[in-house]
Ligand binder design. Sequence first.
Ligand SMILES: Nc1nc2c(c(=O)[nH]1)N[C@H]1C(S)=C(S)[C@@H](COP(=O)(O)OP(=O)(O)OC[C@H]3O[C@@H](n4cnc5c(=O)[nH]c(N)nc54)[C@H](O)[C@@H]3O)O[C@H]1N2
Ligand SMILES: Nc1nc2c(c(=O)[nH]1)N[C@H]1C(S)=C(S)[C@@H](COP(=O)(O)OP(=O)(O)OC[C@H]3O[C@@H](n4cnc5c(=O)[nH]c(N)nc54)[C@H](O)[C@@H]3O)O[C@H]1N2
Ligand code: SF4
Ligand SMILES: [Mo]
Length: 608
Amino acid sequence: MTIRTTCPYCGVGCGVLATPDGQGGLTVRGDPDHPANRGRLCVKGAALGETVATQGRLLTPRIDGVEAPWDRALDLVADRFAAAVRDHGPDSVAMYVSGQLLTEDYYAANKLMKGFIGSANIDTNSRLCMASSVAGHRRAFGSDTVPGLYEDLELADLVVLTGSNLAWCHPVLHQRLMAAKAARPDMRIVVIDPRRTATCEGADLHLAIAPGADAHLFNLLLCHLFDTGRIDAGFMPHVTGLDVALSAARRADPAATGLEPCDLSAFLEMWAATDRVVTVYSQGINQSDTGTDKVNAILNCHLATGRIGHPGMGPFSVTGQPNAMGGREVGGLSNMLACHLELENPDHRDAVRAFWDAPRMAERPGLKAVDLFRAVEEGRIKALWIIHTNPAVTMPDADRVARAIAACDFTVVSEAWPDTDTARLAHVLLPATAWGEKDGTVTNSERLISRQRAALPAPGQARPDWWAVAQVARRMGFRGFGWTEPAQIFAEHAALSGVAGALGGDFDISDLAGADYEALAPVHWPQGPAQRAGRFFGTGRFHTPDGRARMVPVMARLPDHPVGRMLLNTGRTRDQWHTMTRTGLSPRLARHLAEPYLQLHPDDAGRL
Ligand SMILES: Nc1nc2c(c(=O)[nH]1)N[C@H]1C(S)=C(S)[C@@H](COP(=O)(O)OP(=O)(O)OC[C@H]3O[C@@H](n4cnc5c(=O)[nH]c(N)nc54)[C@H](O)[C@@H]3O)O[C@H]1N2
Ligand SMILES: Nc1nc2c(c(=O)[nH]1)N[C@H]1C(S)=C(S)[C@@H](COP(=O)(O)OP(=O)(O)OC[C@H]3O[C@@H](n4cnc5c(=O)[nH]c(N)nc54)[C@H](O)[C@@H]3O)O[C@H]1N2
Ligand code: SF4
Ligand SMILES: [Mo]
């Protein structure tokens, strides 16, 4: 039987048809009916069948390296967490989770920490990824809302990709863009990236910007828009802060961008003269000490021109992980509450407290990833639970983080494979069902909710992550974790979003609370008749207290670094997923690049 499911890798969120081959394996192909990919898959998605063998998997709980029954492992985790809370307070425990969790797993973890343990010390690897965009959106729109749809990339007359290697990192979306350009060659594509990447091959213009100079560039653009009369007077009643944003932008320095004056002015005029413009951005913008400002410099230009929330126009932060967006919906960051509600807002907290019947709500933001591992290092975190992420490799200053985890009094790691750098440091290892075996939902970059469905049985004693969280919660004596299947968690999450909607929030999927979970077809939020177009902010109504968007003054600066020092940046390779625990299993995927690589210009290499 063929199962309709969703790819577990990038935020494009492609639909996959998976058919068990009868020998424990799967054959996969793209789902022609899925709106994100219409049957396409990239090479990673196409190789999924090569990664589902259970050999080498973590199949039994382990305590200090020794196999143990679930009951003992769960009792131990619950005891140690309860003891830490009792002896040192709720802020002495922490969870570090992942944008790769399914929404149901994520919801359970967030509910346990923020409503029952009573600490917001739960952060996610999305902190390393999307957090600048979240902060930029909240500053400008008053909510963390991605305004547009994938279709906007196809409908635009100009697509600007800045800090995004879309061809490698969101391949199917890139294929859609290339197909749109082939059908409509007048469409222009500009890539802004210090490196010449594979994405540049399909572009009309590559701007090899100086690393970190994007705020200079977009501030120059804002000035150019103003100076050439492109500010949309009709949209200005919906926006505040044009004057202050503009006066900050006036200090931008064309020389700082490192661009040839003719390329720079060509870009400024192309953007200014094109109504249907989409600016796509990703880690070249987000992963920066000025990431949030870079985001707002981009948003400012779209707000000033009213180019937002209409077909073919808008800023577009593409999410990296398959459920980074779902994580934002459940409030997986330590400074967010569920359903885009605000932790600092007492009305929001009360509403969630009442809905959860929560005994001890977190009242203030918890530790963010870097601070969280600092607290671990300093011994302030007595019990730590890491789920579906490998921070000993992927946190900044990874060796220091690994040492901190190793020194923690009590560390639990939920993993599908036993030998990751983080799993090796665990006191308790809990075996998780992986893609192909588990059930739930994910939300992609364009707010499309899709089901992941199990096509294979759970191997050994592997269990879903939500189940382990709920078991520990119950053993700690908490009510409200009695779910027996993910459908119940999804229904609860959807119902809670109705509470958020009633408070004026934009994430309201409450009409899915009673949906047939088994049959749930991919569905966009926003829901509801008025919003079927699926875009936000075209009407000029924002989620700020006065309903107007905020243009944020951005003081562009460049990264602080000694002159002449070599700057390295990081990035992805086309056929591997992060620390490669799954993609590393496919021989086909290893053929793209023979070895880990460093791209260095020969002149630089020679000089160094
Ligand atoms: N194959 C594959 N695909 C993936 C992933 C994977 O592991 N493997 N991971 C997923 C995840 S979680 C994420 S977050 C996304 C990330 O998707 P991307 O952000 O597209 O990935 P990166 O490879 O980090 O590319 C960022 C680009 O920004 C450029 N850059 C660096 N500094 C600057 C700057 O200052 N300004 C500008 N304009 N550009 C700059 C880099 O040279 C690089 O080409 O990919 C997702 N897709
Ligand atoms: N140097 C450098 N560091 C980076 C980045 C960079 O560009 N450069 N990018 C950052 C970004 S954007 C991101 S998103 C992060 C990603 O960083 P991570 O999320 O830490 O990387 P992954 O390798 O995807 O780790 C996922 C882990 O989950 C395990 N796993 C797989 N399936 C399951 C399951 O169903 N349940 C459980 N419990 N576990 C499972 C996998 O075996 C793997 O160990 O890295 C960040 N760190
Ligand atoms: S583009 Fe992303 S979601 Fe689609 S098949 Fe490739 S990795 Fe999976
Ligand atoms: Mo990411």
